[in-house]
Write a protein that binds this ligand. Structure first.
Ligand code: HEM
Length: 398
């Protein structure tokens, strides 16, 4: 019997694209490690899964959010990410307005002025870790403002978000690491519980206060669901945006031609951001579980099969994207799946696009070039997200 590939093994994780190209060709729906999950690698099959939540339930994500060793409730397990209709529909409707494109456009000047102060600070220091200076800082400040969190908590955000996305890849025998993660989750729940208490007493102009008000009006949000919302928004709003910004910095430094084109024509920046999302898929995958026996890509799947829909692979599917391994600013046609598809399509997509666009615009305005320290990229490892863990750059002023 052939050994199943482990998708988190360094040789695959550090360069996933050639591995997924061969899976798409030879075994587009096939079992991988850890856990014998079914990797779904072709665009068309990924779309089929995401469009049919009655057969492919988001309960599949519990494999990543609620491992047995956790011994306590992970609030994300009560969030919209893991729910199917009708609960998903009821809860998601409470935040769609806040996160819509017109809703987040109100944040533009706030995000821009933060991007400007971050770039000014980076230029003053000249050599920086871009991931830490921009990747972590911009989303942390944005999410603090949006959720009405005390900015003094911001240094803890990274540790919290990292912990939540590590549950699904922590081995059953890594007891020390498990104890650390349990402690981090307890701390996170404690702090966010305090935020909820405070906003109950003193409502503000933030998402938490809006959710509390929605609950007071309709009475449809349980305490667990409220905390789930908060933790999901915080983690989803941070982890993937860290990665997207890091990937934008990497691409700008490594591709001088792209940098020059963007400098000459800033209207291309939104297309650049979309192509980064397609090319590297900061959100690499999501999970689903089959509610019945079914067929996918010619493979018979039993009821209860856990699937990993690999956006990282679907976004380079040659049957959909011509020259998929080429970073192409002029790409048109089929949309990428970087923000998912269907009823779970990323709520935060307008916000993530805004943050990335403004960060890139300010870099182009203030810098003549970005130079990366030579050497291989060190990638972070998390259950579904991927980006540079560190990115040493030298910034040259314009
Ligand atoms: C580059 C940044 C981001 C990427 C690549 C990304 C990607 C995704 C993807 C692929 C999904 C679908 C998951 C699934 O189908 O199971 C998703 C869902 C979600 N995202 Fe994002 N996301 C990003 C930023 C954000 C931000 C900034 C926020 C919030 C402020 C956010 C909040 C959410 C929420 C709440 C969901 C769950 C939606 C639902 O289940 O209905 N995301 N995201």
């Amino acid at each position: 019997m052939s050994v199943r590939p482990n998708i988190y093994a360094p040789n695959i994780w550090n360069n996933p694209h050639s591995f997924y190209s061969s899976l798409r060709r030879e075994a587009p729906v096939s079992q991988v490690e850890p856990g014998g999950m079914w990797a779904v690698t072709r665009y068309e099959d990924a779309l089929h899964v995401l469009k049919n939540p009655q057969i492919f339930s988001s309960e599949g994500l519990r494999a990543a959010t609620q491992p047995a060793w956790l011994g306590q409730r992970n609030p994300v397990s009560d969030s919209i990410l893991v729910l199917d209709p009708p609960d998903h529909t009821r809860l998601r409707s409470l935040i769609t307005r806040t996160f819509s494109a017109p809703g987040v456009a109100r944040l533009e000047s706030f995000v821009r002025s933060n991007a400007e102060s971050i770039v000014a600070d980076m230029l003053a220091r000249r050599r920086v870790d871009f991931v830490e200076s921009m990747g972590l800082t911009l989303p942390s400040r944005t999410m603090s403002a949006l959720l009405g969190l005390d900015t003094s908590l911001a240094p803890r955000f990274k540790g919290w978000a990292d912990a939540i996305v590590s549950f699904g890849i922590t081995p059953p025998d890594a007891t020390e690491r498990q104890a650390e993660l349990r402690a981090t989750l307890t701390e996170l729940k404690h702090h966010l519980g305090q935020v909820l208490e405070l906003r109950r007493r003193e409502p503000g102009n933030d998402v938490v206060s809006d959710l509390l008000q929605a609950r007071a009006q309709g009475g449809v949000l349980s305490d667990d669901e409220l905390l789930g919302f908060l933790v999901l928004l915080l983690v989803a709003g941070l982890e993937t945006t860290y990665d997207l910004l890091g990937l934008c910095g990497l691409m700008l430094a490594d591709q001088p031609d792209i940098w020059a084109r963007l400098k000459a024509d800033r209207t291309l920046v939104p297309k650049f951001v979309e192509e980064v999302l397609r090319f590297e898929s900061p959100s690499q995958s999501t999970m689903r579980i089959t509610t019945q026996e079914t067929e996918l890509g010619g493979v018979r799947l039993p009821k209860g099969a856990v699937l990993m829909v690999q956006f990282v692979s679907a976004n380079r599917d040659e049957s959909v994207f011509p020259n998929p391994h080429r970073f192409d600013l002029d790409r048109t046609g089929t949309p990428h799946l970087g923000f998912g598809h269907g009823i779970h399509f990323c709520v935060g997509a307008p916000l993530a696009r805004l943050e990335a666009r403004l960060a890139v615009e300010v870099l182009l305005e203030r810098c003549s070039k970005l130079v990366r320290e030579p050497g291989p990229v060190q990638w972070n490892v998390a259950v579904t997200t991927r980006g540079p863990a560190v990115l040493p750059l030298e910034l040259h002023p314009a």
